[in-house]
Ligand binder design. Sequence first.
Ligand SMILES: C[S@@+](CC[C@H](N)C(=O)[O-])C[C@H]1O[C@@H](n2cnc3c(N)ncnc32)[C@H](O)[C@@H]1O
Length: 217
Amino acid sequence: MTDWTFRGFEGAFDAHVREQLPWYELASDAAALIARHYIPKGGLVYDIGCSTGNVGRALAGVLEERQAQLIALDECPDMVRAYQAPGTAICADAATFDYQPFDVAILFLTLMFLPVSQRLKLLAHLRASLKPGGCIVVFDKSVTAPGYEGTVLARLTWHNKLQSGATPHDVAEKEMKLIGVQRPIDRREIDPAIEVFRFADFGGWIITPEINPCPSA
Ligand SMILES: C[S@@+](CC[C@H](N)C(=O)[O-])C[C@H]1O[C@@H](n2cnc3c(N)ncnc32)[C@H](O)[C@@H]1O
Protein backbone atom coordinates (compact mmCIF):
# COMPACT_ATOMS: atom_id res chain seq x y z
CA MET A 1 0.00 0.00 0.00
CA THR A 2 1.52 3.35 -1.04
CA ASP A 3 1.09 6.64 0.85
CA TRP A 4 -1.65 9.13 -0.05
CA THR A 5 -0.38 11.98 -2.26
CA PHE A 6 -1.92 15.06 -3.88
CA ARG A 7 0.51 14.79 -6.83
CA GLY A 8 -1.33 14.02 -10.05
CA PHE A 9 -4.66 14.29 -8.21
CA GLU A 10 -5.64 17.80 -9.28
CA GLY A 11 -8.13 16.65 -11.95
CA ALA A 12 -10.03 14.37 -9.57
CA PHE A 13 -9.74 16.56 -6.47
CA ASP A 14 -12.91 18.69 -6.63
CA ALA A 15 -15.26 15.72 -7.13
CA HIS A 16 -13.32 13.60 -4.62
CA VAL A 17 -13.64 16.02 -1.66
CA ARG A 18 -17.37 16.39 -2.27
CA GLU A 19 -17.82 12.62 -2.35
CA GLN A 20 -15.65 11.93 0.70
CA LEU A 21 -16.97 14.85 2.75
CA PRO A 22 -20.68 15.39 2.01
CA TRP A 23 -20.68 18.54 4.17
CA TYR A 24 -17.80 20.03 2.13
CA GLU A 25 -19.92 22.65 0.33
CA LEU A 26 -21.59 23.78 3.55
CA ALA A 27 -18.26 24.01 5.42
CA SER A 28 -16.33 25.84 2.67
CA ASP A 29 -19.20 28.30 2.36
CA ALA A 30 -19.13 28.75 6.16
CA ALA A 31 -15.35 29.36 6.10
CA ALA A 32 -15.84 32.07 3.46
CA LEU A 33 -18.67 33.70 5.39
CA ILE A 34 -16.58 33.70 8.58
CA ALA A 35 -13.64 35.23 6.68
CA ARG A 36 -15.93 37.95 5.29
CA HIS A 37 -16.44 39.19 8.86
CA TYR A 38 -12.71 39.90 9.22
CA ILE A 39 -11.53 41.07 5.76
CA PRO A 40 -11.10 44.85 5.69
CA LYS A 41 -10.94 47.04 2.58
CA GLY A 42 -7.55 46.45 0.94
CA GLY A 43 -6.85 43.56 3.32
CA LEU A 44 -4.52 40.58 2.88
CA VAL A 45 -5.85 37.01 2.96
CA TYR A 46 -3.89 33.74 2.85
CA ASP A 47 -5.45 30.47 1.68
CA ILE A 48 -3.00 27.89 3.02
CA GLY A 49 -3.20 24.52 1.25
CA CYS A 50 -5.35 25.97 -1.52
CA SER A 51 -5.49 22.92 -3.86
CA THR A 52 -7.51 23.91 -6.95
CA GLY A 53 -8.98 27.09 -5.40
CA ASN A 54 -12.32 26.08 -3.86
CA VAL A 55 -11.87 28.52 -0.97
CA GLY A 56 -10.64 31.30 -3.25
CA ARG A 57 -13.72 30.90 -5.44
CA ALA A 58 -15.98 31.09 -2.38
CA LEU A 59 -14.20 34.35 -1.43
CA ALA A 60 -14.31 35.91 -4.93
CA GLY A 61 -17.17 38.35 -4.22
CA VAL A 62 -15.79 39.83 -1.01
CA LEU A 63 -12.25 40.05 -2.40
CA GLU A 64 -13.46 42.08 -5.36
CA GLU A 65 -15.82 44.27 -3.36
CA ARG A 66 -13.17 45.15 -0.75
CA GLN A 67 -10.22 45.13 -3.17
CA ALA A 68 -8.51 42.66 -0.88
CA GLN A 69 -5.52 40.56 -1.94
CA LEU A 70 -5.53 36.76 -1.82
CA ILE A 71 -2.31 34.76 -1.70
CA ALA A 72 -2.96 31.04 -2.12
CA LEU A 73 -0.25 28.55 -1.15
CA ASP A 74 0.19 24.88 -1.92
CA GLU A 75 3.29 22.72 -1.79
CA CYS A 76 1.99 20.51 -4.62
CA PRO A 77 3.00 21.94 -8.04
CA ASP A 78 0.17 20.08 -9.82
CA MET A 79 -2.40 21.81 -7.58
CA VAL A 80 -0.83 25.24 -8.15
CA ARG A 81 -0.92 24.68 -11.94
CA ALA A 82 -4.61 23.70 -11.71
CA TYR A 83 -5.52 26.64 -9.40
CA GLN A 84 -8.52 28.51 -10.78
CA ALA A 85 -9.60 31.25 -8.41
CA PRO A 86 -8.82 34.90 -7.66
CA GLY A 87 -5.45 36.02 -6.34
CA THR A 88 -1.98 34.63 -6.78
CA ALA A 89 -1.20 30.94 -6.31
CA ILE A 90 2.31 30.16 -5.11
CA CYS A 91 4.01 26.79 -4.82
CA ALA A 92 5.47 26.87 -1.31
CA ASP A 93 5.70 24.90 1.90
CA ALA A 94 3.29 26.52 4.35
CA ALA A 95 5.60 25.63 7.23
CA THR A 96 8.50 27.75 6.01
CA PHE A 97 6.74 30.50 4.01
CA ASP A 98 7.58 34.09 4.95
CA TYR A 99 4.11 35.46 5.86
CA GLN A 100 3.50 39.21 5.73
CA PRO A 101 1.22 40.75 8.38
CA PHE A 102 -2.25 39.62 7.28
CA ASP A 103 -5.93 40.00 8.11
CA VAL A 104 -7.24 36.48 7.47
CA ALA A 105 -5.57 33.09 7.01
CA ILE A 106 -7.66 30.06 6.11
CA LEU A 107 -6.36 26.54 6.64
CA PHE A 108 -9.17 24.46 5.18
CA LEU A 109 -8.40 20.73 5.59
CA THR A 110 -4.68 21.44 5.46
CA LEU A 111 -3.15 21.36 8.96
CA MET A 112 -3.74 17.61 9.32
CA PHE A 113 -1.30 17.02 6.42
CA LEU A 114 1.59 18.77 8.21
CA PRO A 115 3.77 16.96 10.77
CA VAL A 116 2.79 17.93 14.33
CA SER A 117 6.04 19.79 15.08
CA GLN A 118 5.69 21.85 11.88
CA ARG A 119 2.08 22.78 12.43
CA LEU A 120 2.76 24.01 15.97
CA LYS A 121 5.50 26.28 14.58
CA LEU A 122 3.24 27.36 11.72
CA LEU A 123 0.40 28.32 14.06
CA ALA A 124 2.79 30.28 16.29
CA HIS A 125 4.15 32.09 13.22
CA LEU A 126 0.63 32.84 11.94
CA ARG A 127 -0.52 34.14 15.33
CA ALA A 128 2.51 36.45 15.37
CA SER A 129 1.69 37.80 11.88
CA LEU A 130 -2.07 38.21 12.45
CA LYS A 131 -3.17 41.84 12.46
CA PRO A 132 -5.50 43.17 15.19
CA GLY A 133 -9.11 42.62 14.12
CA GLY A 134 -8.23 39.67 11.89
CA CYS A 135 -8.60 35.92 12.30
CA ILE A 136 -7.24 32.51 11.46
CA VAL A 137 -9.87 30.01 10.27
CA VAL A 138 -9.10 26.30 10.68
CA PHE A 139 -11.26 23.43 9.41
CA ASP A 140 -9.79 20.00 9.99
CA LYS A 141 -10.14 16.47 11.19
CA SER A 142 -9.69 16.30 14.96
CA VAL A 143 -8.67 13.42 17.18
CA THR A 144 -11.76 11.45 17.89
CA ALA A 145 -13.75 11.44 21.13
CA PRO A 146 -12.65 9.00 23.85
CA GLY A 147 -14.41 5.69 24.54
CA TYR A 148 -17.32 4.24 22.60
CA GLU A 149 -18.31 7.67 21.30
CA GLY A 150 -15.05 7.71 19.30
CA THR A 151 -16.24 4.58 17.47
CA VAL A 152 -19.64 6.18 16.90
CA LEU A 153 -18.09 9.33 15.37
CA ALA A 154 -15.66 7.40 13.12
CA ARG A 155 -18.56 5.28 11.82
CA LEU A 156 -20.65 8.40 11.22
CA THR A 157 -17.83 9.74 9.01
CA TRP A 158 -17.58 6.45 7.04
CA HIS A 159 -21.37 6.16 6.79
CA ASN A 160 -21.54 9.57 5.11
CA LYS A 161 -18.82 8.68 2.61
CA LEU A 162 -20.71 5.52 1.65
CA GLN A 163 -24.00 7.41 1.42
CA SER A 164 -22.50 9.84 -1.05
CA GLY A 165 -21.29 7.11 -3.41
CA ALA A 166 -17.82 6.03 -2.25
CA THR A 167 -17.38 2.26 -2.29
CA PRO A 168 -16.39 0.40 0.92
CA HIS A 169 -13.15 -0.52 -0.89
CA ASP A 170 -12.38 3.16 -1.62
CA VAL A 171 -13.08 4.20 1.97
CA ALA A 172 -10.91 1.45 3.48
CA GLU A 173 -8.11 1.95 0.96
CA LYS A 174 -7.93 5.70 1.55
CA GLU A 175 -7.87 5.19 5.34
CA MET A 176 -4.87 2.88 4.96
CA LYS A 177 -3.08 5.26 2.57
CA LEU A 178 -3.51 8.12 5.04
CA ILE A 179 -1.61 6.35 7.82
CA GLY A 180 1.13 8.72 9.01
CA VAL A 181 0.32 11.20 6.20
CA GLN A 182 -2.87 12.69 7.60
CA ARG A 183 -2.77 13.11 11.37
CA PRO A 184 -5.89 14.62 12.98
CA ILE A 185 -5.30 17.67 15.12
CA ASP A 186 -5.62 17.85 18.87
CA ARG A 187 -7.72 20.76 20.10
CA ARG A 188 -4.86 21.75 22.41
CA GLU A 189 -2.71 22.50 19.32
CA ILE A 190 -4.98 25.35 18.25
CA ASP A 191 -6.32 26.68 21.55
CA PRO A 192 -7.31 29.33 22.39
CA ALA A 193 -9.88 28.93 19.60
CA ILE A 194 -13.66 29.00 19.26
CA GLU A 195 -15.37 26.00 17.66
CA VAL A 196 -17.79 27.04 14.93
CA PHE A 197 -18.42 23.78 13.03
CA ARG A 198 -18.67 20.10 13.87
CA PHE A 199 -19.53 16.97 11.90
CA ALA A 200 -18.37 13.76 13.56
CA ASP A 201 -14.54 13.90 13.59
CA PHE A 202 -14.32 17.15 11.62
CA GLY A 203 -14.37 20.59 13.20
CA GLY A 204 -13.99 24.26 12.34
CA TRP A 205 -12.46 26.94 14.59
CA ILE A 206 -11.79 30.67 14.66
CA ILE A 207 -8.57 31.96 16.20
CA THR A 208 -8.42 35.69 16.88
CA PRO A 209 -5.48 37.81 18.03
CA GLU A 210 -5.11 38.70 21.66
CA ILE A 211 -6.22 42.29 21.71
CA ASN A 212 -4.73 44.76 24.11
CA PRO A 213 -7.04 47.75 23.68
CA CYS A 214 -4.59 49.98 25.49
CA PRO A 215 -1.06 48.97 24.26
CA SER A 216 0.79 51.58 26.31
CA ALA A 217 -0.86 50.53 29.62
C1 LIG B 1 -7.33 18.44 1.50
S1 LIG B 1 -6.42 19.54 0.55
C2 LIG B 1 -7.04 21.14 0.99
C3 LIG B 1 -8.31 21.48 0.32
C4 LIG B 1 -8.47 22.91 -0.09
N1 LIG B 1 -8.20 23.83 1.00
C5 LIG B 1 -9.88 23.04 -0.59
O1 LIG B 1 -10.77 23.20 0.21
O2 LIG B 1 -10.13 22.93 -1.79
C6 LIG B 1 -4.85 19.72 1.36
C7 LIG B 1 -3.89 20.55 0.52
O3 LIG B 1 -2.83 20.97 1.37
C8 LIG B 1 -1.63 20.90 0.62
N2 LIG B 1 -0.52 20.81 1.56
C9 LIG B 1 -0.19 19.79 2.37
N3 LIG B 1 0.91 20.09 3.10
C10 LIG B 1 1.27 21.35 2.73
C11 LIG B 1 2.33 22.22 3.11
N4 LIG B 1 3.25 21.86 4.02
N5 LIG B 1 2.40 23.43 2.54
C12 LIG B 1 1.49 23.82 1.61
N6 LIG B 1 0.48 23.03 1.20
C13 LIG B 1 0.36 21.81 1.75
C14 LIG B 1 -1.81 19.67 -0.25
O4 LIG B 1 -0.92 19.68 -1.37
C15 LIG B 1 -3.28 19.76 -0.64
O5 LIG B 1 -3.47 20.44 -1.85
